[in-house]
Design a protein around this ligand. Structure first.
Ligand code: ATP
Length: 197
């Protein structure tokens, strides 16, 4: 079995995330499943301003439930302290007996640009195959281009300039978020009045 881990804050999950995950499955026949991993305590984001893990987890679950090749893991919420991707990669390698050939790790290019600021980036790229989706309108000036050669860019995936920030901004400005997120997520956000500023 080959799986691809897809970590994120998912605050909220949006259509860009879903298209990049499905696009990766389309491009790599070898990958059986994408595992969405909402970060419990994202090291690079201000946790105090994030929605709760429970909200982010539930929205992600709702967004992926119609796709049998997608699944979700709570693993980062079970660990104390900050949620480091390297610990998640090690968890999947050990628990599912995976190696670099059948364990993939999916990120957007903005994450690749800052990979050198993550915990143990060298180990990340040696324990999993790094897959990268280009991200329109993000600065791709690499201060440390060391990891570009270690990454496989996934071509053939529609690029979407959608971000969780855009979804949150639209809500706080009273604009619609229709099609930026799946309907079930839109309804969830409305029912809990999330992101209203
Ligand atoms: P925010 O706007 O709050 O920073 P985000 O849209 O970047 O959030 P995250 O949950 O932080 O969403 O992203 C998880 C991963 O998905 C990251 O590696 C990010 O680079 C990637 N990603 C998110 N949206 C896109 C997109 N539209 N195209 C390519 N990669 C994306």
């Amino acid at each position: 079995m080959s799986i691809c881990l897809f970590g994120g804050t998912f605050d909220p999950i949006h259509t860009g995330h879903l298209i990049m995950a499905q696009g990766t499955l389309n491009e790599f026949d070898a990958i059986d499943k994408i595992v969405f991993i909402p970060s419990a305590k994202p090291p690079h984001k201000e946790i105090a301003t994030c929605s709760s893990f429970q909200h982010r987890f539930t929205m992600t679950k709702k967004a992926i439930e119609s796709n049998s090749n997608f699944s979700i893991s709570k693993v980062e919420n079970k660990r104390p302290g900050k949620s480091y991707s390297i610990d998640t990669i090690k968890f999947f390698r050990n628990n599912y007996k995976l190696n670099k050939d059948n364990l993939f790790f999916l990120i957007g290019e903005d994450s690749l640009v800052e990979l050198d600021t993550w915990k143990a980036p060298q180990e990340i790229v040696s324990l999993a195959t790094l897959l990268v989706i280009r991200r329109p309108n993000y600065q791709t000036e690499y201060k440390n281009p060391e990891y570009i050669n270690k990454a496989r860019f996934v071509d053939g995936v529609p690029l979407l300039d959608i971000s969780s920030s855009l979804v949150r901004e639209n809500i706080s400005q009273g604009k619609s978020i229709k099609y930026l997120v799946p309907l079930t997520v839109e309804e969830y956000i409305k029912s809990y009045k999330l992101y209203q500023g």
